[in-house]
Ligand binder design. Structure first.
Ligand SMILES: [Zn+2]
Length: 448
């Protein structure tokens, strides 16, 4: 473990919570409009009832997870268990999925969580026609510190799953392109973890309180923290991700980005999924000598921010490689436009207050300070594709030396000093515009 200089520990960000305690939201109400296969359609009314029961159960729950009216809660849990058993018996539900639903029903009846169900859900490697979470789940850190009652019902989205499978199949080719471009022949990636693309049909309880997830990470979000790293998976809601882009990110981009636009013939979901899968993979990039203790030395929140910067920057590099662009049906300018719009959406949460927002700030700050984008007095970002990608590659090289393959906390700390802080930067003007001038753009979506 590298010695931690005192000055590093004192950085303000180190003591901040992931989600600010005084978070406020501008909420817009949307229709989820899930693509529901014909075989699942007859189950939808029961799924909605299960979600409504979830809201009722969660409303009886104190913040530590205890039930305020135990008898009423038991009755609601019994009704929920009954629906779960019916769903388990329904035709399209797979054998293992059905077993997991029954385990969840048993646990509900006992007022407990089924650890077995959580582990088996995470281990289920194939996309499922119907996924149902019904029981205690963790939500955003600092929003719920104990697992709280949650209902999530989702159906697999075949086209999304196909895109992820195709991207994964050409990962080696894409990685070769990145290695060559950066002159990093030893850049590697950990084994791929499953990412299942679904459409959210209905959600209730903690899953429906703000802020809301557009993806769940298993088994961690079911409060299993010691899970085998090889059995982790992500369940992402395609329709929520799409709506979030349309109602939030793209509106921020309209005002604050001056550059190429996502072309009309490219559905946003393709580059969104392409970049996110790349981001996910980039979290597991390796170079010889990387132990990462030197990064942890700057404190948990800045370290988390830096890992997000790496995932974002290398994610963009991967997403714009020729094989991946072809699979997304996109050009580099489309992916870059989506990437920047998403960067704004993360940054508006407040760079000094939240890890992901700090990461977005660092990326924009690096680009502007090194002349790859221009930011005017109102925080509007003027950009063009080749300079943005050149800047991203330059950033990736710096991150490789200082962070991924580095071994000195001092170097990581000076990188943070250079790019993570400061209110007198172009990126700070963008953050200011996001938080003050664009407050009417929703920060969260409610589902009708
Ligand atoms: Zn990430």
């Amino acid at each position: 473990m590298t010695a931690v200089p005192q000055t590093v520990r004192k950085h303000t960000l180190a003591s901040q919570m992931l989600w600010p305690e005084d978070a406020t939201h501008t909420i817009e109400s949307v229709d989820l409009e899930p693509d529901v296969p014909a075989a699942i359609e007859p189950l939808v009314p029961r799924l909605r009832e299960l979600a409504a029961l979830g809201d009722a159960l969660r409303s009886l729950q104190a913040i530590d997870g205890s039930m305020l009216l135990p008898d009423t809660a038991r009755a609601l849990a019994a009704d929920s268990g009954q629906i779960l058993r019916e769903l388990a018996d329904a035709e399209p539900v797979g054998v293992e999925s059905a077993e997991i639903m029954r385990l969840r029903a048993d646990a509900l009846a006992q007022g407990t969580a089924s650890e077995d169900a959580a582990r088996r859900e995470a281990a289920l490697a194939e996309p499922q026609p119907l996924t149902v979470f019904c029981g205690p789940m963790m939500s955003w850190r600092a929003k719920s510190q104990a697992p709280l009652h949650t209902v999530v019902t989702a159906t697999s989205h075949a086209a999304g799953d196909r895109l992820i499978a195709d991207l994964d199949a050409s990962l080696e080719e894409a990685m070769s392109a990145v290695r060559e471009q950066l002159g990093l022949p030893e850049l590697g990636a950990h084994a791929l973890l499953p990412m299942h693309i679904t459409d959210l049909i209905a959600s209730g309880g903690e899953a429906s309180s703000f802020p809301k997830h557009f993806a769940y990470f298993l088994p961690v979000d079911e409060a299993i923290l010691d899970g085998d790293p090889a059995l982790r998976k992500t369940i992402l809601f395609r329709n929520v991700y799409d709506l979030r882009y349309e109602r939030m990110s793209s509106r921020l981009a309209e005002t604050l980005l001056e550059g190429p636009q996502l072309r009309e013939e490219v559905p946003a979901i393709a580059p969104l999924l392409g970049w996110l899968r790349a981001h996910d993979i980039a979290h597991g990039l390796t170079l010889p000598g990387d132990e990462h203790e030197h990064v942890a030395g700057v404190g948990p929140e800045p370290a988390m921010s830096l890992h997000e910067v790496i995932a974002n920057v290398y994610g963009l590099m991967l997403a714009v490689t020729p094989p991946w662009l072809e699979l997304q049906g996109a050009e580099a300018s489309d992916v870059a436009a989506v990437y920047l719009a998403e960067m704004l959406q993360y940054m508006r949460r407040g760079p000094a207050r939240w890890g992901d927002a700090g990461a977005a700030y660092m990326e924009l700050n690096f680009l502007e300070r090194n002349g790859f984008v221009d930011i005017d007095e109102l925080g509007r970002v003027r950009w063009e594709t080749s300079a943005l990608l050149e800047g991203t590659a330059a950033h990736a090289r710096v991150l490789a030396d200082a962070i991924i393959a580095g071994d000195e906390t001092r170097v990581v700390a000076s990188f943070l000093d250079e790019y993570a802080w400061g209110e007198d930067t172009g990126a700070a003007r963008t953050a200011d515009s996001l938080m003050r001038r664009l407050a009417s753009v929703p920060t969260a979506l409610a589902y009708r």
